[in-house]
Design a protein around this ligand. Structure first.
Ligand SMILES: CC(C)(COP(=O)(O)OP(=O)(O)OC[C@H]1O[C@@H](n2cnc3c(N)ncnc32)[C@H](O)[C@@H]1OP(=O)(O)O)[C@@H](O)C(=O)NCCC(=O)NCCS
Length: 163
């Protein structure tokens, strides 16, 4: 049984270690990391999952970005420890934080990921939204937290100037 809680300053190194375990080496070379450099994550949407023993089973973070002049949230990284995968924890982290983002008044969320996984949370291909290269355009996905929130929002994804 996992409990979700907002990431604290003390959690940071464990979240990084979890990401190192779950992603291929060199993850920081991905274009999404360029959009995070020098920008603070959205603390209220950075969530960790711990079991009864306190072991971290999963974590999710979000950053603000700018798409053609409109604010959006960049979901990720999200990761679940290999020993806890396939039990719904990734889904719980994503659903919980999307609900939080909606309650905060955020309009739109995007990510770079596998459509077959993220479609279940409402994510669909974002045509006309360009991540910095090299990014496969078929992995650029988005979900609207308000009806039509992605309508007409196109362009290059840029780092937000502030949180
Ligand atoms: C992707 C990840 C966060 C999913 O977390 P999880 O707790 O294992 O996922 P859930 O238990 O909520 O969902 C499991 C389901 O998702 C499917 N799934 C998981 N990763 C998938 C992927 N990349 N593509 C398609 N389906 C995927 C599983 O097959 C399973 O399907 P089922 O419900 O039909 O059995 C986790 O597997 C992980 O950390 N992977 C390594 C890091 C990573 O790739 N992060 C995402 C980067 S965008």
């Amino acid at each position: 049984m996992f409990t979700l809680a907002q990431e604290t300053r003390d959690d940071g190194w464990e979240v990084e270690a979890l990401y190192d375990t779950c992603f291929a080496p060199g993850r920081q070379a991905l274009s999404s990391y360029r959009l995070r450099e020098g920008v603070a994550p959205i603390a209220a949407l950075c969530v960790v999952a711990r079991d009864e023993s306190g072991h971290m089973g999963g974590a999710i973070r979000y950053w603000p970005v700018c798409v053609g002049g409109s604010r959006a949230l960049l979901l990720g990284p999200v990761a679940v420890h290999p020993t806890a995968q396939g039990e719904g924890l990734g889904g719980a982290l994503i659903r919980d934080t999307l609900a939080r983002a909606e309650a905060m008044g955020e309009a739109r969320v995007m990510l770079v990921g596998d459509a077959p996984y993220y479609a279940r949370f409402g994510f669909a291909l974002l045509a006309g939204v360009e991540m910095p290269p090299p990014t496969n355009p078929e992995r650029v996905l988005g979900v609207a937290l308000r009806p039509g929130a992605w309508d007409g929002v196109t362009g290059v994804v840029e780092a937000a100037r502030n949180g």
